[in-house]
Design a protein around this ligand. Structure first.
Ligand code: URA
Length: 244
């Protein structure tokens, strides 16, 4: 027996939070009974579960790596009509949902899956999954300032956890620097805010790694299905990166 919202999320209906909303709004029926509370458990193998009148099936799990271009929102729909990641997910046999988000103007690696359980774990701050970004900033940050980012810097929502930082490139002509930063949190606009806090605004931001998955070999705007061993490693990275 499993909680209903978990069964729905695992079946690829929507994210766990959205599934909770579906339950609370009376859209979910288990064996002819409408369920409107969140504690209810069911057996996905034997119970007949419908959402908006349609029976759910336990679809196979799908995991994809996507190279999100700039000017695309990390969402499956947009009331303002902007491009969303769904526009790039053609060819997948089942609906997948983004694991976390990248800003509209950030490009790079986004993991998508219909495995709500793994998605939740990958996003949970407790698991400290490493994410690496290439950041191009205005000006050339001083080593002392980069040390602040390495140790943890105070932002309005608290001090950041230690980050790994490396210089990639300094362009004297354009007075810009490109830096590689690895963080283990996923706060809103975190990398942009970290660099703003040391006085350097971000011109370009690209995520190149999420856990063991890298952007290597992916073409902008395209996705690929992760292999079994990549998924296993991703699962493993949650266990090994947990610090508390
Ligand atoms: N940090 C940011 O500031 N933006 C992103 O999109 C991801 C991390």
């Amino acid at each position: 027996m499993e909680r209903l919202q978990k069964i729905l999320a695992n079946a690829g209906v929507a994210s766990r939070r959205k599934c909770e909303e579906l339950i609370l709004s009376g859209k979910v029926v288990v064996n002819d009974e409408v369920v409107t509370t969140l504690g209810v458990k069911a057996d996905p193998a034997t119970d007949v579960i419908t959402v908006n009148g349609r029976e759910i099936t336990q679809s196979d799990k799908v995991y994809a790596a996507f190279y999100k271009p700039k000017a695309v929102i990390t969402s499956m729909s947009d009331p303002e009509g902007r491009k969303t990641v769904r526009d790039f997910m053609g060819g997948l046999r089942t609906r997948v949902y983004p694991v976390g988000r990248l800003d509209y103007d950030t490009e790079g690696l986004l993991i998508l899956t219909n495995d709500g359980e793994l998605a939740n774990k990958l996003m949970h701050p407790r698991h400290h999954v490493e994410k690496t970004y290439h950041v191009t900033v205005k000006g050339v940050p001083h080593g002392d300032n980069l040390d602040k980012l390495k140790k943890g810097i105070k932002l309005e929502d608290g001090v950041t956890l230690p980050a790994e930082i490396e210089y990639h490139d300094v362009n004297v002509e354009t007075n810009t620097a490109t830096i590689s930063i690895t963080i283990t949190e996923g706060r809103n606009r975190q990398v942009r805010r970290m660099f703003e806090a040391i006085g350097h605004s971000v011109i370009r931001l690209k995520r190149v790694r999420f856990g063991n998955i890298t952007l290597q070999g992916l073409v902008r705007g395209k996705h690929r299905i992760l292999t079994k061993s990549e998924v296993n490693e991703l699962q493993q990275s949650i266990k090994t990166s947990r610090r508390s």
